[in-house]
Design a protein around this ligand. Structure first.
Ligand SMILES: Cc1cc2nc3c(=O)[nH]c(=O)nc-3n(C[C@H](O)[C@H](O)[C@H](O)COP(=O)(O)OP(=O)(O)OC[C@H]3O[C@@H](n4cnc5c(N)ncnc54)[C@H](O)[C@@H]3O)c2cc1C
Length: 256
């Protein structure tokens, strides 16, 4: 089987968001593999182990993203591809999906796995857009995947309920929490990863012009949520607290 994983690097989930000059300042930020993409990587490795074949992880981003690709290689992925998009000034989900589809259309694959959503950008658009551009079936938010010959049986999470879908290859799925338990890279895995192939491509290699991938959307404003005020703790006997609460609801909040 030829298995491809779409991997995005995201801010470390512990990272504090700093906005400066209307942009998110990521100069000091640590990046990690998008947590949903860890499920996609784990599932791809398990599929490769069970059915044979090669697992390739692909990311669109700057050259610094090599670090997270090496982590994926250390987990057990066979090879990595970095598509450098630094020359594109304005990027959005259209940009990323168009670049990925331009690469994938010339690759042989049975299944493409991505994350359900990126924990930073968070639109959940890239996977479905790629499937549409490649004109292949897609199943999103999957929690179980069984492969039988040229078809797969997939369980997807539908807002807490489950839906079981049968689908033929080639196909694209996006991973939901609960699909598996992603492994940590082992020390031998880290050593092996240094020697595994990591190919870097740019728009020229994909016969793409910058104008063809420029963002279709424009971010008008980015702002942090307003800081929450500290809550008020009422004290005293219960009847005193009730009396104070009523007074506050009348005088301060004016809701009664
Ligand atoms: C204001 C703003 C400025 C931005 N500037 C830049 C910039 O200068 N350079 C830049 O690279 N990005 C930039 N981005 C980010 C970029 O446009 C989006 O993050 C990206 O298109 C993915 O969209 P998403 O985060 O909504 O991913 P989602 O659609 O939520 O991601 C779902 C899944 O799609 C796949 N996927 C998503 N992104 C990638 C990727 N890059 N490579 C491989 N697979 C992927 C993963 O499997 C992921 O789990 C910017 C975003 C904003 C809002």
């Amino acid at each position: 089987m030829n298995i491809i994983v779409l991997m995005k690097s995201t801010f470390d989930t512990e990272e504090k968001i700093i906005i400066s000059d209307g942009h998110i300042d990521d100069s000091e930020a640590d990046y990690i593999i998008n947590p949903y993409d860890e499920y996609a990587i784990e599932e791809a490795i398990l599929l490769g182990d069970e059915h044979g074949g090669e697992v390739t992880v692909v990311t669109v981003g700057s050259e610094e993203r090599e670090k997270e690709l090496r982590t994926a290689l250390a987990m057990g992925v066979d090879k990595a591809v970095l598509i450098d998009n630094e020359e594109v000034e304005a990027t959005d989900q259209f940009t990323t999906a168009t670049i990925l589809a331009a690469y994938l259309k010339d690759q042989e694959f049975d299944i493409i796995l991505g994350g359900n959503v990126a924990v930073d950008g968070g639109t959940g658009q890239v996977g479905p857009r790629v499937a549409e551009l490649l004109n292949i079936p897609q199943v999103t938010t999957i929690t179980n995947l069984r492969v039988d010959g040229t078809k797969a049986t997939v369980v997807r999470d539908v807002e807490g309920d489950e839906e079981t879908v049968e689908v033929s290859f080639p196909l694209l799925v996006t991973a939901q929490q609960g699909l598996n338990e992603p492994r940590y890279p082992s020390l031998p895995g880290v050593m092996k990863a240094k020697k595994k192939p990591l190919e870097t491509l740019d728009l020229d290699d994909l016969d793409l012009e910058e104008e063809e991938v420029e963002a279709k959307t424009k971010t008008v404003e980015i702002f942090l949520p307003p800081q929450k005020q500290a809550g008020k703790i009422l004290e005293g006997e219960m009847h005193e607290q009730v009396q104070e609460l009523i007074t506050l609801l009348k005088s301060e909040k004016k809701v009664i």
